[in-house]
Design a protein around this ligand. Structure first.
Ligand SMILES: [Zn+2]
Ligand SMILES: [Zn+2]
Length: 242
C-alpha cells in the first residue's frame, strides 16, 4: 500500500504546475499523463467476473451474467452501477487527497478513472439524457468547499456531451456511513435526497455520478428518488469501487 505523505502532497501540488511528473512519485512522465508506468501498474482494474448490478468482483471463473448475494437480497433501484477500478492503494489515496485535502487538481486523474467506467459494456451501448452528480448536504459542501461528484460530472460532461445537471438535493445531513453496516446505511439514507424544485426527469435516461461506490446504498437511494418521479432508467458510474 502506498500512502501519500506530506512531501508527496506538496509534489502533487507541484505537479499541477508541472504536469509532466507522476502525481504520486514525481517521476517524469509524458505530457498529459498523471502517473508513471510503475504507479499505473499498481492500480487495480476491475475485471470480470463481477456482479452485473453493482460490479462487485469475484474470484474464479463465472461465464454467465450473475448478481452477487447483496444485490439478490435487497431492493436495488439503479439498473447498474459501474466502476472500473478498485478503491485501494494509489486510487484510494488520490481520491482521499482530492476530497479531504482540497487537492482539487486531482479531479483530472480521478475523472480519467471515471471515464474508464463508461467503456464498460453495460454503459457503452446506452444513450443518456442527463448526468446527475450525487449531491452533498449544503453544510458538508460548505465545509469541503466543493462537491467532488459534481466536479467529476462536469469534466465527464465535457468529454461526452451529456449535459451535467445537479437535479438532486441532499436534505438530510447524515452521519458518516463508514461505521454502519448495509441495513443501517439504508436506514440512515432514508429520505436523505429529493428532486430539486422545478427539476423534471420524466422519461429521462439518467447517469448518476459519484467518486466511490462502497455498498451502493447512496446510489440506490438516489435512483429510487429519480425513478419515483419518472426517470426512465438510472445507471451509475463511479471512479472506484471500495
Ligand atoms: Zn509514479
Ligand atoms: Zn451486486
Amino acid at each position: 500500500m502506498i500512502a501519500l505523505h506530506k512531501s508527496e502532497l506538496f509534489q502533487a501540488a507541484v505537479s499541477l504546475l508541472y504536469p509532466a511528473t507522476c502525481t504520486v512519485c514525481r517521476r517524469q512522465v509524458r505530457v498529459g499523463e498523471y502517473l508513471c508506468g510503475d504507479c499505473e501498474a499498481k492500480i487495480i482494474r476491475i475485471v470480470p467476473p463481477f456482479c452485473e448490478t453493482c460490479s462487485e468482483p469475484f474470484e474464479g471463473s463465472i461465464n454467465t451474467a450473475f448478481n452477487c448475494a447483496n444485490c439478490a437480497h435487497r431492493a436495488i433501484y439503479f439498473d447498474a452501477a459501474v466502476a472500473a477500478y478498485r478503491g485501494r492503494g494509489i486510487v484510494r489515496d488520490v481520491i482521499h487527497e482530492f476530497k479531504y485535502n482540497r487537492q482539487i487538481h486531482l479531479r483530472h486523474l480521478v475523472a480519467r478513472w471515471l471515464r474508464a467506467a463508461l467503456d464498460d459494456e453495460r454503459l457503452r451501448s446506452r444513450q443518456f439524457d442527463v448526468m446527475v452528480p450525487v449531491p452533498l448536504h449544503p453544510a458538508r459542501q460548505r465545509e469541503r468547499g466543493f462537491n467532488q461528484a459534481q466536479l467529476l460530472a462536469q469534466l465527464l460532461s465535457e468529454h461526452t456531451s451529456i449535459s451535467c445537471r445537479p437535479l438532486l438535493k441532499r436534505i438530510r445531513y447524515t452521519t458518516t456511513q463508514t461505521a454502519l453496516d448495509r441495513s443501517e446505511r439504508m436506514e440512515n439514507l432514508q429520505n436523505a435526497f429529493r428532486l430539486r424544485r422545478n427539476a423534471d426527469v420524466r422519461g429521462l435516461r439518467v447517469l448518476l455520478i459519484d467518486d466511490v461506490l462502497t455498498t451502493g446504498s447512496t446510489l440506490s437511494e438516489c435512483a429510487r428518488v429519480l425513478k419515483r418521479v419518472g426517470a426512465k432508467s438510472v445507471h451509475a458510474a463511479t471512479a472506484a469501487r471500495a
